[in-house]
Design a protein around this ligand. Structure first.
Ligand SMILES: Cc1cc2nc3c(=O)[nH]c(=O)nc-3n(C[C@H](O)[C@H](O)[C@H](O)COP(=O)(O)O)c2cc1C
Length: 313
């Protein structure tokens, strides 16, 4: 079984990717998307989105990192896909699932699920541009407003030569609201001859087992579940329901805080910490208390003092 860490724009940035990957169990990490319009982007855009490219497309603990591209113009996507590989990305992933209105308006993300022929042209152009031996993967939802075209979309992606397909088991219209329709991935799975990675609403080991069974898949992708519980991939592989202690979690939180403080500047770093605690509080009551205590703080010294106080408990 392979487990991928999901691309999550504005959430799974370089710092969280680094920490989550080092907990073990992840076979691949996908970056936040880079939006491609009609031209080849400069190298600094790739490095900003994926600093791991400077480490041969690997996280600090050596987990492979794949860059994700979003757009609808085949030629421009092909140029950027080739560049991503040259810069060190471990394959290229194409985003056909983003629900953002702005992105969809400019013909990017999930809106392309209304146009299987565009999916085909995009995947084909990228596959042809990516040097042999490197993976072209795609990530789709079940559809835009409904799942009527899901078979056509998956077929288009496969026939265009994609090597792997991740399916977020919901339509764009279903957003992020539970449930995820894993059984529909199962309906698709039978006619897809490439590895299918199932995604959506996998929060614990039990969910993972059900998703794999209902979806008929061997592989899965974790998104918000990995943010809440970074060790989840390792536990799913061991078929375990274990949850790490708050003290272990706190070590990661401290490391995260040290990194974002050093790299992001005072204005943004406290927001990033609060955002992560917001997810962690679903598992750890201590995270809720910490979150409430620092909620209104922006001063770095005060936040650090509160975290240090937590360590002494
Ligand atoms: C904050 C956030 C940002 C996301 N950004 C991306 C993205 O850049 N590219 C993408 O393909 N999916 C993106 N997604 C979707 C996730 O990759 C994933 O498909 C979705 O969260 C469902 O999985 P989960 O239930 O395990 O979280 C994002 C999701 C969230 C919550």
């Amino acid at each position: 079984m392979k487990i991928y860490l999901a691309p999550m724009e504005g959430l799974a940035d370089f710092y969280l990717r680094k920490l989550i990957a080092k907990t073990g169990g992840y076979d691949l990490v996908i970056t936040e998307f880079i939006r491609v319009v009609d031209q080849l982007l400069p190298a600094h855009v790739f490095y900003r989105n994926a600093p791991e490219l400077r480490n041969k497309g690997r996280t600090a603990d050596d987990t492979p990192v794949r860059l994700q591209l979003l757009g609808s113009q085949p030629d421009a996507l092909a140029l950027n896909a080739k560049r991503a590989i040259e810069l060190g990305s471990q394959g290229v992933d194409l985003n056909f699932g983003c629900p953002s209105k702005t992105v969809n308006k400019s013909k990017g993300g999930a809106v392309l699920l209304n146009e299987p022929e565009t999916l085909y042209r995009v995947v084909k152009a990228v596959k042809d541009a990516v040097p042999a031996g490197h993976i072209t993967s795609a990530k789709m939802r079940l559809g835009f407003n409904d799942s009527n075209l899901m078979h056509e979309c998956a077929d288009a992606i496969v026939q265009a030569g994609a090597d792997e397909l991740t399916i977020h088991a919901r339509t764009k219209a279903q957003g992020y609201v539970p449930p995820a329709y894993w059984h529909l991935v199962g309906e698709l799975r039978d006619r897809i001859p490439i590895p299918v990675i199932i995604n959506g609403e996998i929060w614990n080991n039990q969910d993972a087992r059900r998703a794999l069974t209902e979806g008929g898949c061997d592989h899965l992708m974790l998104g918000r579940g990995a943010i809440r519980q970074p060790w989840l991939a390792r536990h799913i592989k061991a078929n375990s329901d274990q949850i790490e202690s708050w003290s272990m979690m706190l070590d990661l939180v401290r490391e995260f805080w040290a990194m974002v403080q050093a790299e992001m500047g005072e204005k943004y770093c406290s927001g990033r910490l609060k955002q992560w605690l917001h997810y962690l509080k679903e598992i750890y009551p201590e995270a809720l208390v910490l979150f409430m205590d620092i909620r209104r703080l922006t001063d770095i010294t005060q936040i650090t003092a509160r975290i240090e106080q937590e360590l002494c408990k």
